[in-house]
Design a protein around this ligand. Structure first.
Ligand SMILES: [Mg+2]
Length: 350
């Protein structure tokens, strides 16, 4: 089939959806149309600037291209990466490319009547252990979760340490000794705070500390790894492509890589990141891995048996852009056995 049109839309988010923490340039929808009538849908980041990149430059590059195989998608990815390189490589252009790439995978899978995970070699895991990113510990334990991550933003020496210790202690108490408990400080700690947290949180057996420094301070994180151990250092949601993760690998900066499939360059880039991680000997647990874009990857590859979910997104009143998204049941989540990524778009939000 031949690509006849490519366009992107910034959904009417009416404020930002639950689980979004950025004030600008949130997720976009990408649609790829073909001469056979098959349509692929993808999810990218970067807001209106990304919509502009997709609808102009990327549309021009992709129009008329034939997509019949995974290799065709990889070639399209390489072309878009190379042509956008003068203004791209990281950030919004790669978030835009992510949406296009995911739409191409959705398109190819739908044209063959198969789920995307099938194109990746089939399921390695029938379902994936889900973790809840929340501080509603009791609610999510009662919902069946056995893994939880709370966020902790550093607000100074007094309240900062106490709040983290209280949250970690309560999470351990609520979820029990077998549960995985993680903390995400979203780049608000520094080396001194991380060292002190390692000491203070040691009794609660945390699994990882997430995003302790900014992604530009790779040597800093490499130096912190032995300080934090046995707690793992996780990060990478703001890293881009296998080139970016190549730098992470060379620096030995992280134990757990967390590419966001809708930002890092789509499934094509994420597959290359997973391959690199396997060679490097680190774990991969994609950022928002419980959303279908990451879930197909987690279920079909050597990623850890762990997928991030934001149960707040499943509240009754939350805006739903993608309908029929799987939810965690008894603490596990599974991609649907439907063509493509298996979700439909809520047109009312466009
Ligand atoms: Mg995070």
């Amino acid at each position: 089939m031949r690509i006849s049109d490519v366009r992107a839309v910034y959904p009417r988010w009416r404020g930002l959806p639950a689980g979004a923490w950025q004030s600008h340039f949130w997720q976009i929808v990408v649609e790829v149309r073909t001469d056979t009538g098959e349509v692929g849908l993808g999810y990218g980041g970067g807001g209106r600037p990304a919509v502009e990149i997709v609808g102009s430059h990327f549309r021009e590059l992709l129009s008329g291209r034939v997509i019949e195989s995974a290799d065709d998608i990889r070639e399209a990815w390489d072309l878009l990466y190379l042509k956008s390189l003068p203004y791209g490589r990281k950030g919004i252009p790669i978030m835009a490319l992510s949406g296009v790439d995911l739409a191409l995978w959705d398109l190819l899978a739908k044209s063959e009547g198969r789920p995307v995970y099938d194109l990746l070699g089939g399921l390695e895991k029938r379902s994936v252990r889900a973790y809840a990113s929340t501080r509603e510990f009791e609610r999510e334990r009662d919902a069946g979760f056995t893994a939880v991550k709370f966020s902790h933003l550093w607000e100074g020496a007094n309240g900062g340490y106490d709040d983290a210790v209280r949250a970690a202690a309560r999470a351990r108490e609520v979820f029990g000794s077998e549960a995985l408990v993680m903390v995400d400080c979203y780049m608000s700690w520094d080396s001194v705070v991380t060292a002190e947290m390692s000491r203070l949180l040691a009794p609660y057996g945390l699994y990882w500390f997430e995003d302790v420094l900014t992604p530009d301070d790779l040597p800093g994180m490499a130096a912190l790894k032995p300080v934090a151990a046995p707690v793992l250092l996780a990060g990478g949601e703001h890293e881009f492509t296998h080139h970016g993760f190549g730098d992470v690998a060379r620096a030995g900066a992280l134990d757990v890589w967390q590419p966001d499939v809708t930002w890092c360059g789509g499934l094509t880039a994420a597959l290359r990141v997973v391959e690199l991680a396997e060679r490097t000997g680190v774990k991969v647990t994609p950022h928002r891995g419980g959303e279908v874009w990451g879930l197909h990857l987690v279920a079909a590859t050597g990623c850890e048996d762990l997928a991030e979910t934001h149960p707040d997104r499943w509240r009754e009143d939350a805006a739903v852009l993608w309908m029929d998204e799987p939810r965690a049941v008894d603490g596990r989540i599974a991609p649907a056995d439907r063509p493509g990524f298996g979700v439909t778009l809520n047109e009312e939000m466009l």
